[in-house]
Design a protein. Sequence first.
Length: 469
Amino acid sequence: MPRPHYTTFSASDGALLTFISSLPITSPDPNFIPTSPILTFSGPTGTKTSGAAPTGTVDNSASGKAGNRARSASKASVIAGEGPNYSRLILLLHGFSGSSEYFDRNWEELSKNHWVVAWDMRGHGRSGLRKRRPGVEYDAEEGGDDGEEEGDEEGDAEKANERERDLNAERNAGKRDEGTEGQPKTTKGSEGVKGGKTGRNNNDKRYDTYSGGYHVARLATDLHNLLSFLKTSRLSSSPYNPNNSITSPQPPLETVAIGCSIGAAILQSYIELFTDSAFSGLIFVDQAPLQDRSPFGLDGPWDASKAHKGCYDERTMLGAQAAWNHLPYSKERHDTHLALVDECLGYRYRPLPTDRITDEQKQQDEDFFTRISAQCPSGEWLAKLIADHTRYDHREACEGIKVPVLVMGGRRSGCFSLEGMEEVVKRVRKGGNKKAEVSWFESGHWLFWEEAVRFNGEVLDFVRRCWSE
């Protein structure tokens, strides 16, 4: 099975956004980041190459591109053979301050028989806050850089990891400050990054940084741009098919999207803006459709029993903004990352005598998630996103969902109650869709990490049911 690879695409406002794909992309965005490897295939076995130049299986001529992107109204079954193909996509959306790396324990199992894509949303992971500089051309045929920038990026990643390790060691040695009195214990959940390289606020002279885009609706529009890019960038048939012909008709794309935390909110905003027609099914993971408390609800006020546990009004939102508005590798920001881990891992938020987590595993989990949060380049940008996210009311949008829905939640979540998350199912059913169900896990907000085997199994069962109808 080929290993996943990173590439980028341009959002409608010019932002460069990164995603990871289990299958190769026919023609990467011409503005792709040169240090992001492109995976190409020579028959059923993949080889990783640097840069955009193909290794012989992809024809980048005008006629070749037309053939590669041929389309038809055929059913997905037009692509024969075993293994994953481009007709059925599992799309993974991480949460606040996370990245595609969050799904490190899910990727291999989900991609055995499906195309899997995980996106680093803007302001997070490898996407960062970059735009292509106007008037500066980059020739993708050059095949990337000479390796110097790649080495620099690896060095940045190692420095980031060393900084996080130093901060963890300082904390474990008892040197950590207790923090400011009255500051909330935690702020809205952060979720992880895949890859191990630090997201950089400024790549090189070809890119500018930007400071806008900190709205859920903008992220939903980015998702719309990503889906459009994926539909037009698929190889014409499965790389596992030995007769991988560029003349094979391209099937329609059937997508099941999984949104975790703010990723769920992005999907709900997408539905409000673009409908659910792009999806065969939707999975919402540990997220209520409204974080703030509100006097309005189906069964009375939307109160503490349903809203977010730590960020639910103006006062707590301002506290959350203050906690995140620090430089990525500052001690203050690191303390916020630690508070996030305490909130989102069930065995830390509500430990039980039956937990079988070793001290070594606890430390590995802590290092993993704090490193991912530190890759977000701007604390100010995250703080502004919190304000938009916590006030965004998606309850009525959920009533417009017509495809099957699965809500997953953790009984030991430090973010939401089961009652708040179940509101999604109530709203979907209120809109006339009876294909909505819940599944409660025994872990926390990051249930896809703590109970990965169960999560993977339930996702695969759900997608099978969605695609069998």
